[in-house]
Ligand binder design. Structure first.
Ligand code: TYD
Length: 222
């Protein structure tokens, strides 16, 4: 028997969309714009983020995204991101999609595969196993990968409100180029699930492009 707070992928009926990409690519702006678009079309939508999303996750988030750049090793990080993700699925993502809602999530499993795996050098199979064992092997229906030159992205993060959340930004351009290469690797591997969006365009052009892809998935006609 499935307990209330355990997610069972076969019970899924909503839609789960993740946003991925490097730093400063404009994920949160685009999530807000997509949310407005979908709400106008009478959908129930929640937006959330990783690390975080739950009360406990948001509390632990600050230890992950701030402080010394070498504060954690990749394995510890991977375990924490998975623990927070499991809570996130149990408490928020799972119930929302079971309830027929659309979930927009700023980062999800692909970030772990790229940051801790392809760049952090943890064997990808080990990470996929963790996802399968502890996170119900739940993948988004659609992943929007915002593709932007890391030099432009890092420049944008300098103007952010929350200057404390800069642990990953401190890691330099080479690191962030590897992150971009990692997302491109996943995009080539999963071309059906992952759509690449040119994030160097204006915010409205990017948003129109995203609305087009999501509308296709939802069969929304204007
Ligand atoms: P976030 O604040 O979304 O970054 P940004 O707004 O700069 O795009 O996420 C914080 C950092 O956490 C980000 O640099 C990537 C990292 N991260 C991982 O390393 N692994 C993960 O599984 C997740 C979800 C995030």
């Amino acid at each position: 028997m499935i307990s209330n707070n355990n997610f069972n992928a076969s019970m899924k009926k909503g839609l789960f969309i993740s946003f991925e990409g490097g730093e400063g690519v404009g994920k949160s702006t685009q999530i807000n714009l997509l949310k407005q678009f979908l709400v106008k079309k009478k959908n129930k939508v929640i937006s959330t983020r990783e690390p975080g999303g739950t009360k406990e996750g948001e509390y632990i988030r600050k230890f992950l995204v701030s402080g010394d750049k070498n504060a954690w090793d990749a394995y510890s990080e991977a375990l924490i991101f998975n623990a927070l993700r499991r809570e996130h699925i149990n408490k928020l993502i799972g119930p929302a999609i079971r309830n027929g809602e659309i979930v927009l999530c700023d980062r999800y499993v692909d970030s772990t595969i790229v940051y801790q795996g392809l760049v952090g050098q943890i064997n990808r199979k080990k990470l996929l196993n963790l996802h399968e064992t502890y996170c119900y092997n739940l993948y988004p229906d659609l992943t929007l990968f915002l593709d932007l030159n890391p030099m432009v992205g890092l420049e944008r993060t300098k103007n952010r409100n929350n200057k404390n959340e800069n642990r990953f930004e401190k890691l330099g351009l080479d690191y962030h180029q590897k992150i971009l290469d990692g997302f491109n690797f996943l995009y080539n591997k999963f071309p059906k699930r992952i759509i690449k969006i040119d994030a160097s365009q204006t915010k409205d052009v990017i948003s129109d492009n995203i609305n087009y892809h999501v509308s296709e998935l939802l069969n929304i006609n204007d």
